[in-house]
Design a protein around this ligand. Structure first.
Ligand code: ROI
Length: 178
């Protein structure tokens, strides 16, 4: 992996509704240590909430994380997919709107706006899903979403109801080896 010399802020949405979702998210936050040149700067609380899409599946647990990274967005995305796979996600076997062990979506990478195969930035839906936007605001209250404006203003259009906190935010690492 080629490391960039600059550190770029990146934000990731986490979601799970299978196989002890709280444990899945905890493990995924820990696994970030396996991403070279990447630090976990902040993680939101975890929120249990009803599924978007078919209702005949377990509730989801969702959260957001703020990273600083020297990885390119493509390499970071590949690293996130590797964490999903390591935790048992089998994309080929799942329904687009069905349950999943772990979903790690790259929401934002600096102020990058791009649309390529498999990588659209900002992530579509970032401004419309309460289980994405409220946790994101927790880790980055002053955030501006490229092309869309201030996250706090966008959140004013969404209902917070339905988001039940199931694990409070814990301090993320601030020091340590990269
Ligand atoms: N619904 C909720 N509440 N949270 C998710 O992370 C989530 N992810 C999905 C679908 C199935 C669309 N629904 C979701 O992929």
């Amino acid at each position: 992996m080629t490391r960039q010399s600059v550190w770029t802020p990146a934000y990731v949405a986490l979601g799970s509704n299978l196989g002890d979702p709280v444990a899945q998210l905890e493990r995924a936050l820990g696994a970030r240590a396996g991403l070279p040149g990447t630090r976990l700067v902040a993680a939101s609380a975890f929120y249990c909430n009803p599924p978007l899409g078919p209702q005949d599946q377990p509730h989801f647990v969702n959260a957001a994380a703020g990273l600083l990274t020297q990885m390119s967005p493509e390499a970071l995305l590949a690293g996130l997919k590797a964490i999903e796979s390591a935790q048992g996600r089998r994309r080929e076997a799942e329904d687009r709107w069905g349950p999943r062990v772990l979903d790690l979506d790259l929401l934002l990478y600096g102020s990058r706006c791009s649309a390529g195969p498999g990588l659209v930035l900002p992530h579509p839906g970032v401004a419309e899903r309460n289980f994405v936007l409220f946790p994101l605001l927790e880790v980055a209250p002053g955030l501006r979403i490229p092309g869309l404006g201030r996250a706090a203003v966008l959140a004013a259009n969404l209902e917070r109801s339905g988001l039940e906190c199931v694990r409070p935010a814990r301090p993320a690492e601030v020091t340590g080896p990269i």
